[in-house]
Design a protein around this ligand. Structure first.
Ligand code: ZN
Length: 263
């Protein structure tokens, strides 16, 4: 398999892989391209009681990844920092270079053409998402330099970074449909790609549903049970493109043929 055409998605928690990149991952699998999902936490809180029994969310994650057909996955050793962004063993309290080093090793092992993660605000401000965004940016650069983390495998230069985001126009549309207040979003002109993932929406939704404990606790993702809202919000995936250190190396990664206009 030509790994240089592969896509690696790096996320903070179980369920993020399906919600924000489930469509692009399913599309890649359908096209026979290599895919990997790295999840930085096991979804269990570093402080306080979890909503699900220990181990539940990791099992749900494995089920979702299996449904999407993603061949490779990895789980880092951190815990959910919560909205306070802290706690023993949490992603946010861990030394930043430890997280970067973990990601450098995964990038060098999988050798993706493209890495997907979150925008600078972590889509909606979760401290773990913001942490992952920053670590991914640094890890992609560091992975290409053999002098850095030399014990973590041979250097690998990623072509493209794809940062999942929500465009302003989508938030405006949701406000007209009853969303109570605006959520952080990105000016449409800064969004590089609106990927139409509706051909994989049923599969993506099945993967989201695999995170049953999130539905059981009444997470906001249950709002997507409503089919029209589901198609609107999960039927497209929006990304900001950033060239990686391998962008001039001759390999070109594109997210596929199903690019939709933002309008
Ligand atoms: Zn998350």
């Amino acid at each position: 398999m030509d790994r240089s055409r592969g896509l690696m998605a790096v996320h903070a928690h179980p369920d993020d892989e399906s919600l924000w990149t489930g469509g692009v991952l399913a599309q890649h699998v359908a096209e026979g391209r290599p895919t990997a999902v790295i999840t930085c936490t096991n979804g269990e809180p570093a402080e306080g009681e979890g909503f699900a029994a220990p181990g539940t969310r990791v099992k749900e994650l494995a089920q979702a990844i299996g449904l999407l057909g993603v061949a490779e996955s990895g789980l880092l050793r951190y815990r959910d920092s919560g909205h306070q962004g802290r706690g023993p063993g949490s992603l946010c309290d861990a030394p930043f270079d430890d997280l970067v080093g973990d990601l450098v090793a995964r990038i060098r092992s999988f050798r993706p053409a493209a890495v997907a993660s979150y925008d600078a605000y972590g889509m909606y401000g979760h401290p773990d998402h913001i942490r992952v965004h920053r670590a991914v940016l640094v890890a992609v650069e560091a992975a290409a330099r053999p002098q850095l983390w030399p014990q973590a495998g041979a250097a690998w230069a990623v072509d493209s970074l794809w940062l999942a985001t929500v465009p302003d126009s989508m938030v405006q549309r949701l406000l007209t449909l009853g969303l109570e207040s605006a959520i952080p979003s990105t000016p449409d002109a800064q969004v590089s790609v609106a990927l139409d993932v509706r051909p994989w929406l049923d599969l993506k939704w099945e993967a989201v549903r695999a995170h049953a404990s999130e539905f059981a606790r009444g997470s906001r993702i249950a709002a997507f049970e409503e089919p029209r809202l589901r198609e609107l919000c999960l039927g497209r995936e929006w990304f900001i493109h950033r060239p990686g250190p391998g962008a001039s190396g001759g390999r070109r990664w594109t997210p596929g043929a199903l690019l939709a206009d933002l309008t």
